[in-house]
Design a protein around this ligand. Structure first.
Ligand code: 5CA
Ligand code: ZN
Length: 412
């Protein structure tokens, strides 16, 4: 699939500390240590509805990772998928008498527009499950041949499942106990009750064709893939056996990232698949997680249509820590708009307080597990001083513009 338009990122003099990030698998904030090229896979959308502010918050958090790594001199090789065939897409299309292909294409196009408006740096590879069908079925075939997968004993639908016992590490990513894993598996697209599986938590790899469902020919027989193996194949084939970061919202901790990592590790023998598993908190509205199934969504495209500046959406979503579950409120947006106006007024002055220290502080906050809240407070303090006309440095306004553009993605 084509990705979205590139974003210009100014280069800022000097350097910040290495990026430290919370890693779900070890439960600690640890330094990231990519090579010259940082390898990042962030799970993409299932395009059955428009981009809501929860999605936006998640992609913005990983955009900050991208920006901080670039600022440290790394190239960032970024891959993202689109789950353009899966049960939720088919269910929504059936409900609305829509064509699942058209629905997926429409919502993916809208997502690209939203990402562009929010100035999110695009992935180099933006890959749909449908276009990756050949490589996904090939990986499933190899897992079967290796003995890491099996068919259920069901003469009508001998679907292929992954054997979660083969890596010896299943559970290391989420660290959830068995009961929690079973609950999340049932809630999040798994089928722990399916008869004939070796273990209740074994996830689906290949679903044999059902009448009235789309399917793809393959050596496995006509069918369609399970969800986790889609991301495992797309990541392995573009980034290799070990990546620096596997990211998504906290609802992907289990089973999605646990299973995807296990698929990759069973295939390559390399453990761990990702050096960091990074997860964002959930954005809610009125005390509930914002989700398509709950129908309590605030869409980025709707705010854009109301002429809300996407930079204000960015500032609002970055004004609290990415790992916190938090609420979207009108007040949050109003506050971000006022803050943006103050920052813009400050950088339009002909002279302002020297900003070298501000740039250093922003870098230090972001390197500390993406403390965007701290970074924003530092900018507030500089802007307040500037607006009291306490500065004499004529270069400071442009430096602040460039630094906020490069590091926070905010265009003043
Ligand atoms: N296609 C799969 C990943 S392979 C998927 O989960 N798609 S999604 O459209 O449901 O979600 C896309 C991303 O947004 C995921 O990382 C998900 O964790 C995140 N997300 C979904 N809802 C929220 C929310 N309310 N707050 C924060 N992030 C969210
Ligand atoms: Zn995924």
């Amino acid at each position: 699939m084509h990705t979205w338009a590139p974003v210009d990122v100014p280069k800022i003099a000097g350097e910040g500390p290495p990026l430290r990030l919370y890693d779900t698998s070890t439960g600690r904030v640890r330094p990231t240590a990519p090579g010259p090229t940082a390898l990042m896979y962030v799970c993409g959308i299932t395009p059955y509805d428009a981009t809501h502010l929860g999605h936006a918050a998640t992609y913005l958090a990983f955009d900050i990772v991208n920006r901080v790594w670039r600022d440290l001199g790394h190239d960032v090789h970024y891959v993202q998928n689109v789950t353009d065939i899966d049960d939720p897409l088919l269910e929504r299309a059936a409900r609305d008498h829509d064509d699942w292909v058209v629905l997926g294409m429409r919502e993916t196009a809208l997502f690209r527009e939203d990402m562009e408006a929010l100035r999110v740096i695009p992935p180099q590879h933006y890959v749909g499950a449908v276009e990756a069908m050949g490589e996904i079925s090939e990986l499933v075939g190899k897992l079967l041949a290796q003995g890491a997968a099996y068919r259920v004993d069901d003469p009508e639908y001998p679907d292929v499942y992954f054997d979660t016992s083969v890596t010896g590490h299943f559970g290391y990513e989420s660290n959830y106990d068995e009961e929690t894993m079973l609950r999340f598996s049932a809630e999040r697209g798994g089928d722990p009750e399916r008869p004939g599986k070796r273990h209740a938590l074994d996830p689906l790899l290949w679903r044999m064709a059902r009448p009235d469902e789309p399917s793809w020919e393959s050596d496995l027989g006509a069918g369609r893939p399970g969800w986790h193996v889609e991301c495992a194949a797309i990541a392995l084939n573009r980034l290799g056996a070990q990546i620096d970061l596997n990211g998504g919202g906290s609802d992907l901790i289990f089973p999605h990232h646990e299973a995807g990592a296990a698929h990759a590790e069973a295939f390559t023998g390399v453990h761990p698949f990702a050096k960091h598993y990074a997860h964002t908190g959930m954005i809610g509205l009125d005390g509930e997680k914002m989700s398509k199934s709950r129908g309590n969504l605030v869409f980025v495209s709707k705010l854009r249509a109301e002429d809300v500046d996407p930079n204000a959406i960015r500032v609002a979503l970055l004004s609290d820590h990415y790992r916190n579950d938090r609420a979207w409120t009108d007040a949050l947006l109003t506050e971000a708009q006022a803050r943006l106006a103050r920052w813009r007024e400050a950088v339009s002055l002909t002279a302002a307080p020297n900003a070298d220290d501000l740039v250093a502080r922003v870098r230090t906050h972001l390197a500390d597990d993406l403390d965007t809240k701290g970074a924003i407070a530092a900018v507030d303090a500089w802007a307040a001083e500037a607006l009291e006309r306490r500065g004499t440095d004529p270069g400071a306004p442009q430096l602040v513009r460039d630094a906020l553009d490069a590091l926070l993605g905010v265009a003043l």
